[in-house]
Structures are given as structure tokens and as C-alpha cells.
Design a protein around this ligand. Sequence first.
Ligand SMILES: C[S@@+](CC[C@H](N)C(=O)[O-])C[C@H]1O[C@@H](n2cnc3c(N)ncnc32)[C@H](O)[C@@H]1O
Length: 239
Amino acid sequence: MENNPKKAYEPHGLLQSHELYQYLLNTSVYPREPEILKELRDASAGHPLAFYGTAPDSGQLVSLLMKLVNAKKTIEVGVFTGYSLLLTALTLPDNGKVIGIDIDRKAYEIGLPSIKKARVEHKIEFIESPALPILDKLIENPLNEGSFDFAFVDADKSNSSNYHERLLKLVKVGGIILYDNTLWGGTVVLKEASEVYPELRRPDWSHTIEFNKAIAADPRVEISQIPLGDGMTICRRLY
Ligand SMILES: C[S@@+](CC[C@H](N)C(=O)[O-])C[C@H]1O[C@@H](n2cnc3c(N)ncnc32)[C@H](O)[C@@H]1O
């Protein structure tokens, strides 16, 4: 990595090669990806921040984990054009519900036609807002405490620890909180922010490292950090 600091940003996730990543996608992911999710992915491709979208391989894990905990009520922090939100809504039972929070509704509107076409809009409550005050508001209602089965966090990394504290109140014991981008393109092993490429990754680099340390030491959750997509950390609430 030190010899070629830009290597980690070639489009192969965190795997050894582009070919290996394509193998994973072509063998295990794309053949099972619902057509409507592919449609949303294609609709998002022209957005200048298209790389924000949850990687389809990571999305597959979101869906699997939701099913393992029989998720009916979930929260998503960071919606963008709605790839993971649509995936979540498709995975939920018909009476399930996902609250999706994002500061930017414009991006969500790119994915909205696909969400409507999939006939899952009734399971989605989209809230345009910074996430923290919404999570605090949810906590104010005692009925929400420990009532969520699953949460997916894919937003501003400087707030990851703040989201974690709120979500540990909202997600039930035995429920899952899943964090995206926890290996930050492989840059978490670097010593200085100045070594991090592309430069737009620099501001959240140290937040990611601090968050990883904090989660690893948090006795309230059991965890598994996996090199899928951009790195994901699965947390199961213990108490
Ligand atoms: C990586 S994208 C989310 C990708 C999404 N999960 C998907 O599948 O396409 C991160 C999103 O977090 C949102 N975001 C950034 N700061 C936020 C905040 N303080 N509160 C809520 N959303 C925020 C951004 O607007 C952006 O859409």
C-alpha cells in the first residue's frame, strides 16, 4: 500500500484485483440482484456522487442480516438515491417499516420512481433532515425504545459514534446495527491524513479510525468487521 497509495481506490473494493471483485459480483451478486435494484443503480450512475451508492455485494449482506433477525422495523441513516433503502423495503414483510433519514431529498428523488415501481413506498418513511435530531426525537417516545430490529448507518462519519449511542437505545437487544465504510478504502492503516487518496476521503479518515477503536472496545455489542464493499462492521446489541 505504501508503495502505491492510490491502488486501494481502483474499482475492486478491498479485494486483491478487479477480476476477483468482478468474479464475486458476477457469480454471487448480480444474478440474484432484483431487476428493480439494478434499475435504480443505473438511474444513479449519472450522479456526480454515484460512488456513494451502497455496493451491491454489501447490499446483499444487508438483506441477509435483516432476514436473520426477522426485521420488521428498521432505520437507515444516509439514503442518497435509495439503493439500500429500496433493498430494505423489498426485504421487509408487507407490514414492515423503514425510516430513512438524509439531509438531501434531491438525491432520493432519483431513486423514487424505482421505489414506486416496486410498490414498496408504503413501507418507507423518508425524512429529510440531519439524522441526529431525528434519532433524538425518536428516543423521546418511550414506545420506540428497543423497538427496532435493524439499523444501517451510511452517512457522515464524524457522527458515527453519536449515531451508535442513539441506536443502542432504539435497536432491541439481539438486534443489528450495521456500519458501512469502516475500512475507508483500506486507508485506515495509513499514518497521516496527507497519505490518503482521493483527497475527499481525508476529512473523515481519522473519524473512521477513532470509531473503529471505540466499537472494538464497546462491551454493549459483539462485532464482526468484514472487508466487504468498503468495509462493514456488524454489531449485535448485547444489553
Ligand atoms: C454514502 S451516501 C448513502 C448511500 C446509500 N446508503 C445508498 O445505498 O445509496 C451518504 C448519505 O449520507 C447523507 N448525509 C450526510 N450527512 C448527513 C447527516 N448529518 N444526516 C443525514 N444524512 C446525512 C448524504 O446526504 C448522503 O446521501
